[in-house]
Design a protein around this ligand. Structure first.
Ligand code: AMP
Length: 402
């Protein structure tokens, strides 16, 4: 059975075609600059690697072109569009309504629409992808996998802000958390790697990429996470500030007359690693700059690692122990430097990293970098959100046809 996974942004479509249940990737690609005078489609498959530069006026044209590309040429991964048994969509915000993956129908679309105000940048293009896929493949089941769903098990003490309750009851202002698909995937993989049932594990998963978040996971359920109502809270990120004193916003608005848009730009685009270093939001570049003696780059890395370490301590307290600390995401999987500096000083809490093992951990595979005798294991687990979306989609599509 072939499953197409779509992740639609405002001007892009990221996609992968899977053969299930093996989860073999048959094709993957990216449509970029949708709506601009010149678009670009890159696709890799056994039939070859293609790059097309042509106008892609909207997501509908983009998806049709992608399907054409997957059906063309020798070794094409698809004979026709009818071979796609189901489509899995990444949807950023499911609010409180969606606690798990669902088959999409009109009611689900209406509910996702209701969450647009909670994720104004992400949910509209996700919805557009769903509408377009439904029109191109009207008889194919469509499945929604929500970034927020995994965190819906958080108890009120973790998801409530200490604001007037009416803001939660009437305005739905609370912690939702994001990267749920990644936290769910790597926690399940970690349990399997450890040969233990996830029902008996206390885990902390650190998804460290350009966006970054940590989750505390008990018995396979998220009990707390660092991102909040929006993906701005918590860790220091590429260009996002993460936690700040909310009083700073009031201060900047009052004393410097900063508008809402200016504050938005400051917090989302000009802060984080970029803001601290003044040079880059890219971890590889910052590590190099710091190694060459750039003090601001060094400070940015220090603030980044300290914030993570602080949350690890907090989540060990929330969990009442820790069986494994898991690193994933572009930085978590690939940066021995960051893993080492995050774990520095955690020995007293029973989290001991083996510096040698950490430095030589093979890229792209699951591995244990904990020191001999460490009470908690320290694991590196590559994430694969698309694969989990494909697995969920396959499970629902096969259940719906039984
Ligand atoms: P992601 O958003 O998960 O794709 O992660 C992007 C981040 O991972 C960027 O900051 C990259 O610089 C970082 N990254 C990727 N490879 C490495 C590496 N080998 N060492 C350090 N950081 C890396």
């Amino acid at each position: 059975m072939k499953i197409l996974v779509l992740n639609c942004g405002s001007s892009s479509i990221k996609y992968q075609l899977f053969r299930m249940p093996e989860a073999d990737v048959l094709a993957r690609g990216l449509v970029q600059r949708i709506g601009e005078p010149m678009g670009q489609i890159d696709q890799q498959s056994p039939a070859g690697n293609f790059r097309l530069s042509e106008p892609v006026p909207d997501h509908g044209v983009g998806l049709k072109r992608v399907i054409e590309m997957m059906t063309e040429g020798d070794g094409a991964p698809l004979r026709s569009v009818d071979e796609i048994a189901a489509v899995g969509h990444r949807v950023v915000h499911g609010g409180e309504r969606f606690t798990q993956t669902v088959l999409i129908d009109d009611e689900v679309i209406a509910a996702v629409e209701e969450n647009v105000e909670l994720a104004p940048l992400h949910n509209p293009p996700n919805l557009q992808g769903i509408r377009v896929a439904r029109s191109v493949m009207p008889h194919t089941p469509q499945v929604g996998v929500f970034d927020t769903a995994f965190h819906q098990t958080m108890p009120p003490r973790a998801y409530l802000y200490a604001l007037p309750m009416s803001l939660y009851r009437e305005g739905r202002i609370r912690r939702y958390g994001f990267h749920g698909t990644s936290h769910r995937y790597v926690s399940a993989r970690a349990a399997e790697y450890m040969g233990r049932s996830i029902e008996h594990l206390k885990l902390i998963t650190c998804h460290l990429g350009n966006g970054a978040s940590i989750a505390a996971i008990e018995n396979g359920q998220s009990i707390d996470t660092t991102m909040g109502l929006t993906p701005l809270e918590g860790l220091v990120m590429g260009t996002r500030s993460g936690d700040v004193d909310p009083g700073i916003l009031l201060y900047l608005a009052r004393s410097r007359g900063l508008s809402i848009d200016a504050l938005d730009k400051l917090l989302n685009k000009q802060s984080g690693l970029l803001g601290l270093s003044g040079k880059s939001n890219d971890m590889r570049e910052l590590e190099k700059l710091a190694a060459d003696g750039d003090q601001d780059a060094g400070l940015a890395l220090d603030v980044f690692c300290y914030r993570i370490r602080k949350y690890i301590g907090a989540y060990m307290a929330a969990l009442g122990g820790l069986d494994a600390l898991i690193f994933t995401g572009g930085i978590g999987e690939n940066s021995p430097y960051i893993r080492e500096h995050v774990c520095k000083g955690l020995d007293g809490l029973g989290v001991c990293l083996d510096v040698g093992l950490n430095a030589t951990a093979p890229r792209g595979s699951e591995c244990d970098v904990s020191a001999y005798g460490s009470r908690s294991r320290v694991l590196v687990v590559p994430t694969d959100e698309e694969k989990l979306i494909a697995m969920d989609t396959y499970a629902l599509a096969t259940a719906s046809t039984k």
